[in-house]
Design a protein around this ligand. Structure first.
Ligand code: BDR
Ligand code: CA
Length: 319
């Protein structure tokens, strides 16, 4: 089977960890690197978490690059208390994992992305599941990557639902609305996997118990990490009945777009005081060819089946 080259751009994070696991579990993915972003955690902690999760899953061969540490319009980043509440102080549900046996890469994350697009072109899939700051910086430095890249599928935004940080803003977009706007209004084609679909795709303790029952270290650690997230969701969104699979759904959709139904739109991101972080159709490009597919419906049962298949097999093999 021909494997797809993939780069993940993550603020690792519990559901970002699930995105790593999904990519490693998918038989048709060659994960060539991870870029770290700020958001759920500080950028350095996100990179270390990514290394720890990779190692837990038997990989010390995938490079992890440290990306931008704050938004494109600020000079620092303060982690929100709600991030620690949902993902744990350490970002991975307060679960202790061994210190990684290797360091992060010395090179620039932005250059890694640009070089990879130049090298692999249409064979490359990028899945950002944190703020768009790294991608916007890469586009600014090398605008040609917008049309060279094969697939960009991101977790972020909300079109048909309210946001989860403010009434209009989803968390990833809210971190850097200007960067997200620069990406969505560039010539790059993308698929938006926002709250419209991720809040319908839920995991419960029934599934994490299946991982625990495997009796492997990976199964047990992931069950602990995700149970923390499920408990946090119960506390903050008690009507959902599980935790949302935001970031691994974006990886799933990148690989199999038929999991979702989409609307073809030109999108923009507002960054005024009243509507900061709102993802909405671009009234200035009403009659132009569209470049964003916005997911509005999801086949959650089929997705969950594939998700459990990939992750359970992966955890079974990592004793
Ligand atoms: C998104 O925000 C982050 O907290 C999650 O990891 C996910 O990427 C959901 O709004
Ligand atoms: Ca994330």
């Amino acid at each position: 089977m021909a494997k797809r080259k993939m780069i993940l751009d993550l603020d690792t994070g519990i559901d970002d960890s699930l995105a790593i696991a999904y990519a490693l579990g998918a038989p048709d993915v060659d994960l060539i690197g991870i870029m770290s972003s700020y958001g759920n955690v500080y950028v350095e902690d996100g990179a270390v978490n990514a290394l720890k999760i990779l190692e837990l899953l038997g990989h010390t061969d995938i490079p992890v690059y440290v990306g931008e540490s704050h938004s494109s319009t600020s000079d620092h980043f303060d982690r929100m208390q709600v991030s620690a509440n949902i993902h744990g102080e350490n970002g991975i549900g307060q679960v202790e994992l061994p210190d990684p046996s290797r360091p992060v890469e010395k090179g620039s994350a932005i250059d890694f992305l640009i070089d990879s697009v130049h090298k692999y072109g249409k064979d490359l899939t990028l899945v950002p599941t944190g703020p768009m700051t790294n991608l916007a910086a890469a586009l600014k430095k090398a605008p040609e990557i917008a049309t060279e890249i094969g697939n960009m599928t991101f977790m972020g935004g909300a079109l048909t639902l309210p946001g989860n940080v403010t009434f209009v803003a989803e968390a990833n977009i809210n971190q850097d609305a200007e960067a997200a706007d620069a990406v969505l209004t560039s010539p790059m084609h993308s698929t938006m996997v926002g709250l419209d679909v991720t809040l319908r795709t839920l995991l419960t303790r029934k599934e994490t118990q299946q991982w625990r029952d495997l009796g492997t270290v990976a199964g047990e650690k992931f069950a602990d990490i995700v149970d923390y997230y499920i408990d946090a969701y119960r506390q903050f969104n008690d009507n959902l009945g599980g935790c949302a699979l935001h970031d691994p759904l974006a990886v799933g959709v990148a690989l199999d777009p038929s999991f979702v139904q989409t609307l073809d739109l030109n999108m923009r991101v507002k960054y005024g005081k009243e509507d900061y972080g709102r993802t909405i159709g671009d009234e200035n490009r009403l009659n132009e060819p569209t470049n964003v597919k916005v997911a509005v419906q999801v086949d959650k049962d089929r997705y969950l089946k594939v998700f459990m298949d990939y992750l359970t097999t992966l955890f079974k093999n990592n004793k």
